[in-house]
Design a protein around this ligand. Structure first.
Ligand code: ATP
Length: 236
């Protein structure tokens, strides 16, 4: 579904991505892990058209995305759940969800409001409340619900576990696994490598703007180098 090939990106001459290639097949959940500043957010922001691509190729279901605005890309069914949630704090939960639906255009809605409330019942209870008054976990659920309202064929998530209590992380990840089992393709950026490798089918490890390792998540979890560098465990 998604093909990224030899991607380069820079910020004012500072190279953030140095020839990254990655693929996500339809129905897969793929994780992208790596240390702070490795280029994870830059990569997904390039895919969704937020950060300009310097060189390389990105295709969604065979369609090149070069030069397209993030708005046009979202209308193709590629929705991003941004780092830090970025819900609209002065709008209600329902208004945030309704705005997510504007990315739909002429495509059929794959996820209804009822489905999102079924996935995250707390959002139904809080639908008239301002998004800014929600807890971090509830805002994360809202950000995912807002992206689903745009009827994604593929979801990009940037650090969905960031700053959340373990119980809430479990709720959020259970929902992502359920969505993936129902056929939603997911590319997940996560600092919590253990969690990412235990929930995804395949993973890529990015380091200083280049892919350092890739493979089935179950194998990477047992790779001594990955364990030593990214899972915070000793190999001896
Ligand atoms: P983190 O987990 O800390 O978010 P990351 O892997 O997502 O890290 P990026 O945010 O993609 O990494 O950053 C890659 C590199 O690009 C880093 O060196 C970072 O300092 C730099 N960078 C990111 N955004 C900008 C920006 N807006 N302007 C200048 N440099 C940036």
């Amino acid at each position: 579904m998604l093909v990224v090939e030899s991607l380069h990106a820079s910020y004012s001459g500072i190279r953030a991505l140095r020839g990254v290639s990655l693929r996500v097949e339809k129905g897969e959940m793929v994780a992208l892990i790596g240390p702070n500043g490795a280029g994870k957010s830059t990569l997904i922001n390039c895919i969704s058209g937020i950060v300009p691509v310097q060189r390389g190729r990105i295709e969604l279901s065979g369609q090149p995305l070069d030069g397209m605005t993030s708005w046009a890309i979202s209308r193709l069914g590629l929705q991003q759940v941004p780092e830090g949630r970025q819900v609209w704090p002065e709008m209600t939960v329902l208004e945030n969800l309704a705005l997510g639906g504007t990315a739909l255009r002429r495509r059929a809605a794959r996820y209804t409001l009822e489905r999102i409330y079924d996935l995250f019942p707390i959002l139904a209870q809080r639908q008239s409340q301002l998004a800014g008054s929600l807890s971090g976990g509830q805002q994360q659920m809202l950000a995912i619900g807002r992206a689903l309202m745009g009827s994604p064929q593929m979801l990009l998530l940037d650090e969905p576990s960031l700053g959340l209590a373990p119980l809430v992380v479990k709720q959020v990840f259970d929902a992502l696994v359920q969505l993936n089992r129902e056929g939603l393709t997911i590319l997940l950026v996560e600092q919590n490598s253990k969690l990412a490798l235990s929930t995804s089918h395949r993973a890529y490890v990015i380091e200083q703007g280049s892919i350092a390792h890739e493979g089935p998540s179950s194998q990477l979890k047992d790779d001594p180098q990955v364990i030593a560098h990214y899972l915070g465990q000793s190999t001896s």
